[in-house]
Ligand binder design. Sequence first.
Ligand SMILES: NC(=O)c1ccc[n+]([C@@H]2O[C@H](COP(=O)([O-])OP(=O)(O)OC[C@H]3O[C@@H](n4cnc5c(N)ncnc54)[C@H](OP(=O)(O)O)[C@@H]3O)[C@@H](O)[C@H]2O)c1
Length: 286
Amino acid sequence: MKKILVTGGNGQLGNSLRKVSKDNADYEFVFTDYHHLDITSKEDISNFLEGKDFFAIINCAAYTAVDQAESDIEKARELNSMGPLNLAIESEKRGIGLIHISTDYVFGNTKNTPIHPLDTDTIPNSIYGMTKLEGEENIKHNHSSYIIIRTAWLYCEFGNNFVKSMLRIGNERESLNVVYDQVGSPTYAIDLANVIIRALDILKPMTKEVVHYTNEGVCSWYDFAKKIMEIRGINCVINPIVSQQYSAAAPRPSYSVLDKQPIKDLLLITIPHWEDSLKECLKRIK
Ligand SMILES: NC(=O)c1ccc[n+]([C@@H]2O[C@H](COP(=O)([O-])OP(=O)(O)OC[C@H]3O[C@@H](n4cnc5c(N)ncnc54)[C@H](OP(=O)(O)O)[C@@H]3O)[C@@H](O)[C@H]2O)c1
């Protein structure tokens, strides 16, 4: 059985992979978190890989605190840029393929039509986006067999995310302001995890792919929040506001809808609509 190493295994996506991998008989997954394997240490990676016969690494480790990254640039760069570089160098040496997860934030504020993965107009408007873009480039320049999957608006039953925040706040307050001038596509991490496992099947020597995966459909954060309240029958009034009325350290792209046709063609998949996946996820959150 082909052995797969998962880094950042205790995050949202790492835990989602852990869950869906239990039903998979084709691969043997080894999950690591920060304590087992620190991707900012080349030595750690080298020692961990030594003598083990991995087919691929799935990198779920990242610095994902988008606002905090604005004032914690070194840490964000170490994890989002140098981490992927270390993984690329050490896995390339040993002929191990690499699946890396990136973000819609590598595109800044210049778009108003669905963004194709090969669009070179990557102008991030945040430190997080910039360091994630550096991570992508480090992989492209140092590896010969990789799949970079950019995703967006990730949530699931594990960890902290928008859905869980809305449920908590919705039960505490009578009303809540949510921005309606940023649009994108929510992504259930369980759906993404299934797609990543599917991507392992096509990973070969010399595979060089950059693709986009989110759920189908488009909404604003306001619409997303309204739908969460509606499905759960929470009587919290959601008020639409514009980004200027909500102070956040890092700017977000106003339009981050990703073109998913290339991943559909590559993996021969259909993608669930975000509302259907949200309903599935909410069944799993108490
Ligand atoms: N969340 C989103 O909305 C979103 C959107 C677009 C793209 N993405 C991308 O999707 C991927 C998965 O995101 P996620 O939401 O699952 O992230 P997450 O929940 O923040 O998980 C990241 C994991 O990385 C671990 N980690 C931190 N430093 C590490 C190190 N030095 N070595 C190894 N592991 C380390 C973290 O451990 P600790 O918790 O102990 O620090 C955490 O378990 C990331 O690449 C992210 O950039 C996420």
